[in-house]
Each structure stands twice: as structure tokens, then as C-alpha cells.
Design a protein around this ligand. Structure first.
Ligand code: ADP
Ligand code: MG
Length: 251
């Protein structure tokens, strides 16, 4: 297999005495959806925050295309090609879908952000905004206020906005949360399409969606990797059944 685009080596985060992420070594490849599963409190969101720079690691390494990025600011990591969505929405409801995309496209350039309402937008920014809307399958909604989008469409817009930095890696924390079957199916389709030319790290509780879309599945428990492998291998794993999948079914 080719080189991973993103690699963690013994990545660790302590909160006081708690090792929320404990010596996690994983590789992420372009063209793959890598799903991260695990019970609440397993350390999945903390792991994403370490990759995006929102948290500083206590130990270990993160390399992006061979460059060490651990400890860099979120802005810098974002500009280097790691995009993410947040569980708390960053959409501006009173702006149109296109204006939200344009804002994201402009904000990738330092110092342009606060000027966005006044500056005559440059051609390449407008072009990029159109491109990310198309990638997020929202072109037909471009002139609608973001506030009137469905929950699923708002999640799509967040992903489109994350694409404005033209990332190689996309970190998605529970993108299907709160979605019905139709919205989930649309999001799964979108993730499959984006995975053609991105490495996607997907934290998600919806097992059907995970097994429909993932190329690799890693199960975390108590901050450590319990098992990592193909969806088939993970489904069949006795250790995973016992620690996680079995427990889910009991809920
Ligand atoms: P997951 O996303 O898998 O549900 P988290 O990464 O959110 O798990 O949390 C992992 C563990 O770290 C939990 O025990 C959580 O309470 C703890 N934790 C997460 N963030 C913080 C924080 N900022 N300060 C202290 N403890 C935290
Ligand atoms: Mg979480």
C-alpha cells in the first residue's frame, strides 16, 4: 500500500490522571473512509481534537504527508490540509447557503475574514464557493437562507464549508447524529463520493452507516485501540463483540 497521508504514533492525551487517548498509532490513507467506533468516553472526540490541533497532545506524534504537525495551531493544521466539522454548528443561519460557502472560502485566507461583507469577492473565491457547494450537493439550495435547510442539509453545508480549505483529510465527528433514514442515506452517499479523493476519519454511532461506508474500522475502548481492520474482520471479532457491539445490542 502507498504511504499514509496521516499517521499517528503513540498519540496520547492526559486530562489530569485520565489517559483519554493512550498511545494510539493509526494510519489514514487517501481514498479510504476510516471509521472510529467505541462506547461513549472511549476517546474518539479527543483523538479528533488532537489531529485538528484543538487539543495539544501529552505525547506521541502526528504526521501529515510526512511532516510533523502535532502541537501546531488549528488554523495552521487546517491550512496544511486537515479539514473538520464541529458538533456545534458554524453555519450563519441568516446568510444564504452560497454566502456561507463564500465566507468559508474567504476565511481560508488570513486577514480576509473580517472584510467578507464589504470586499468585492475575488473571482477565485466565488469559484471555490461554487465548487464546494457542488461537492456538498447543495447547488440547488444556493440562494436559500441557511436557516431553512433541513438538519441533514445543514450537515452537508458544514462539510462543504470544511472543503473550502481544500483538505486532503476530513475529520467528521458524528455527521449522521439526529438524522432520519433518508438524510442518512444522502450523507452516506456524499461520504462515499468524497472518499474517492480524501482520507476521511469518521466517528459515527450508526452501525449500518459505518459498515456501509467504511474501508477500515478501528474500535477504541478506554483511550486505546482494541482492534483495527476490515469491516468484516471487526464484525467477526470476539473481542469487539464482547467490548462493544454486543453491549450496543443490549441497549
Ligand atoms: P468519546 O468522543 O469517545 O465519547 P471523549 O474523547 O469525548 O470520548 O472523552 C474521553 C474521555 O476524556 C472521557 O472520560 C471524558 O470525560 C474525558 N474528557 C474529554 N474532554 C475532556 C476535557 N476537556 N477535560 C477533562 N476530561 C475530558
Ligand atoms: Mg465524542
Amino acid at each position: 500500500m502507498s504511504e499514509p497521508i496521516l499517521r499517528t504514533t503513540e498519540l496520547t492525551k492526559h486530562f489530569g490522571g485520565l489517559a483519554a487517548v493512550n498511545q494510539v498509532s493509526l494510519d489514514f490513507y487517501a481514498g479510504q473512509v476510516h471509521a472510529l467506533l467505541g462506547p461513549n468516553g472511549a476517546g474518539k472526540s479527543t483523538f479528533i481534537n488532537l489531529l485538528s490541533g484543538d487539543l495539544k497532545p501529552s505525547g506521541g506524534e502526528v504526521s501529515l504527508a510526512g511532516c510533523a504537525i502535532e502541537g501546531l495551531s488549528p488554523e495552521k493544521i487546517s491550512r496544511m490540509g486537515v479539514g473538520r466539522t464541529y458538533q456545534k454548528t458554524n453555519i450563519f443561519p441568516a446568510f444564504t447557503v452560497f454566502e456561507n460557502a463564500r465566507l468559508a472560502a474567504q476565511s481560508r485566507r488570513p486577514h480576509a475574514f473580517h472584510l467578507f461583507r464589504h470586499a468585492l469577492a475575488c473571482g477565485d473565491t466565488l469559484e471555490l464557493a461554487e465548487k464546494v457547494l457542488a461537492m456538498g450537493e447543495l447547488t440547488h439550495r444556493r440562494n436559500d437562507m441557511a436557516a431553512i435547510l433541513s438538519h441533514g442539509e445543514q450537515r452537508q453545508l458544514e462539510i462543504a464549508m470544511a472543503l473550502a480549505t481544500e483538505p486532503q483529510v476530513l475529520l467528521l465527528d458524528e455527521p449522521l447524529a439526529g438524522m432520519g433514514a433518508t438524510e442518512s442515506a444522502a450523507m452516506v452517499r456524499l461520504l462515499k463520493k468524497l472518499a474517492e479523493d480524501h482520507a476521511i476519519l469518521l466517528v459515527e454511532h450508526d452501525m449500518d452507516a459505518v459498515f456501509a461506508v467504511a474501508d477500515v474500522v478501528t474500535v477504541m475502548v478506554n483511550g486505546t485501540v482494541l482492534e483495527s481492520g476490515s469491516p468484516g474482520a471487526i464484525r467477526a471479532s470476539a473481542a469487539v463483540q464482547e467490548a462493544y457491539l454486543g453491549a450496543e445490542e443490549d441497549e
